[in-house]
Design a protein around this ligand. Structure first.
Ligand code: ZN
Length: 291
């Protein structure tokens, strides 16, 4: 019995076949072009492997409100070819297996709590800082959903004193994503993050924004572990800067922050999202069998 996991990202689609423990047995990647160009590759990969169920961690925003007419659709994404695309129904119809869908960051949070840096904990927060910023939370061992999935990348945060950049979020200008995602770093400093690795002022400002966001997430959710992934977090100097800033802001209020292993990189590395999708595929199978 094989399960499928799809990490449907804005730039690439990672398809994996694995077992019910979320072990990746085979994987392939395709660039995310238009649905007409991309979906046939995905369907072909999973059909070839004769999977029994599929889990999908997708880029969003997604409509995850059960009962909604557009449940399982990608909604108003900046990737215009995918606006109002019925991702869940399309995959269900074409593959004829149970499919479960959540956000890419929720899938990564699930994987990190079952098999990664937050293993054994019933609560954690997974945040990706890359072309966008998003976060998924595990609360009481379940992925946190309300009306839909959380949108933690778009909160407002206090400005860094030296920052005059106006922000680039197309909805809110200077929300967290508009100030601190990879494209914001590049627009503010005129070079990509990789080229700026040796400039401490860049990372001091970036750590300020990420730490200010973490302070709010911690105070509201009190996650037992915070996992920071995504391309921007490949700059290892960010971790100690963020940790110091968070402790300075709320360390005396929240004593467990003294734990040096509280804010960590993903235990599963770049496989967190696709592993979570496989685990979600297992949930889809169990739910279908329980009916
Ligand atoms: Zn925003």
């Amino acid at each position: 019995m094989k399960l499928g996991g799809l990490e449907a990202g804005g730039t690439k689609m990672v398809c994996a076949v694995g077992d019910r423990e979320g072990t990746v047995l085979e994987r392939e990647m395709f660039p995310t072009l238009t649905p007409n160009e991309t979906i046939p590759h995905i369907v072909d990969f999973f059909a070839r492997h004769e999977i029994s169920a599929l889990g999908v961690g997708g880029f969003g925003p997604l409509d995850l409100m059960e009962g909604s007419e557009t449940y399982g659709f990608i909604t108003n994404t900046p990737k215009t070819a995918w606006i109002d695309y019925p991702l869940l129904d399309t995959l269900k119809q074409k593959l004829d297996v149970p499919v479960k869908l959540t956000t890419d960051v929720n899938a990564a949070a699930l994987a990190e709590s079952e098999k990664g840096a937050a293993k054994g904990l019933d609560s954690c927060l997974y945040i990706t800082v890359g072309t966008g910023i998003g976060a998924g939370a595990m609360v009481h061992g379940e992925m946190l959903h309300g009306l839909s999935h959380p949108e933690m990348g778009h909160i407002s945060i206090p400005r860094h004193k030296a920052d005059t950049f106006k922000g680039i979020c197309s909805y809110h200008n200077d929300c967290l994503e508009g100030l601190a995602a990879g494209p914001a770093i590049e627009a503010r400093w005129g070079e990509s993050g990789h080229a700026l690795a040796e400039k401490p002022e860049v990372w001091e400002m970036e750590a300020h924004y990420l730490a200010e966001a973490l302070v709010q997430y911690i105070l509201i959710l009190m996650p037992k572990k915070i996992v920071l992934g995504g391309g921007v977090m490949k700059q290892p100097q960010l971790f100690p800067l963020i940790e110091t800033h968070v402790k300075k802001r709320i360390g005396s209020y929240v004593p467990f922050l003294e734990d040096r292993n509280y804010i960590v990189p993903p235990g599963l590395g770049d496989n967190a999202g696709v592993t979570g999708a496989l685990l979600l595929g297992h949930q889809a199978l169990e739910e279908a069998q329980a009916v």
